[in-house]
Design a protein around this ligand. Structure first.
Ligand code: 3VV
Length: 217
């Protein structure tokens, strides 16, 4: 490991019983990456927002390439495996610290399913100031996975996921996303979801998640 990488948390709890290539229990952390990791993630999101909307001069592009190459060298030296990175495990941060997801904050996660406040950013632009449909599916897959996880108390993978786009989903607006397990049939978890902008329904989701067998990748 390079100087730039923090020591991984290799506690038994985090390492957990893991079966095959997929861990039966996701690591839950609040300290990896340190107290400013959330601020760092937000800078990355802002970078992507600005890249989406900027029209830099060729000179500025030259300058930015050098700056970004320097940043990438530092981050590459701090890379670690997916199980021990802060991204995806920092449950105290929006979207578990995963900048690949639209940032969301979970309000509840229980037998009723999951409810979160979620905001699509400039970099989630589809067109005409509205969110990209694929990004809406990403949000439903993530929160649908939460509803499935609590329903079966285990890990599942998405077999299918369909989205009905009912009205325009705005960017930079706190939205309400809800998912719940509608029915369980053996390993099959049928999950439904809704995305609202206040009273207005933006999209609906129906998905099938399959509980993984022990050792299944
Ligand atoms: C306060 C905050 C706290 C935070 C805490 C967080 C905790 C939350 C924890 C974690 C959250 C994680 C959230 C992330 C979620 C993201 C999930 C993804 O994106 S997964 C990637 C995309 N999906 C794939 O890559 C799958 C690829 N496909 C497969 O691997 C297989 O096809 C799989 C596993 C889906 C099924 O394969 P088989 O071999 O295990 O099972 P077979 O026998 O084929 O199917 C089982 C039953 O399901 C039906 N089935 C399977 N696929 C179907 C389909 N597409 N349509 C309809 N039925 C299907 C079959 O007909 C069968 O039914 P019959 O038992 O016979 O009745």
């Amino acid at each position: 490991m390079s100087d730039g990488a923090a020591s991984p948390d290799l506690s038994a709890e985090v390492e957990g019983p893991h079966e095959g290539g997929f861990r039966a229990r996701a690591a839950i952390t609040t300290e990896r990456g340190g107290p400013r990791y959330g601020e760092f993630s937000e800078q990355v999101r802002t970078l992507m927002d600005n890249v989406r909307y900027a029209c830099p001069t060729p000179e500025l592009v030259d300058e930015l390439i050098d700056t970004l190459a320097e940043i990438n060298d530092k981050l590459a030296a701090a890379r670690i495996d997916e199980w021990h990175s802060p991204s995806g495990t920092r449950i105290d941060l929006p979207a578990r610290g995963n900048i690949n997801l639209p940032p969301f904050d979970v309000t509840y996660l229980n037998d009723d399913g999951a409810f979160a406040t979620l905001t699509f950013r400039d970099f989630h632009l589809g067109g005409n100031n509205a969110a990209h449909g694929g990004q809406i599916a990403v949000a439903f897959d993530e929160l649908g996975g939460y509803a499935s996880a609590v329903a079966i108390q285990g890990v599942s993978r998405t077999a299918y996921l369909t989205v009905q786009y009912r009205s325009i989903t705005p960017l930079n607006t706190p939205l309400q996303i809800r998912t719940w397990a509608d029915r369980i049939d053996g390993r099959k978890v049928y999950v439904k979801g809704t995305l609202h902008d206040g009273d207005r329904l933006c999209a609906e989701m129906e998905a099938l998640f399959i509980k993984l067998n022990p050792g299944q990748r």
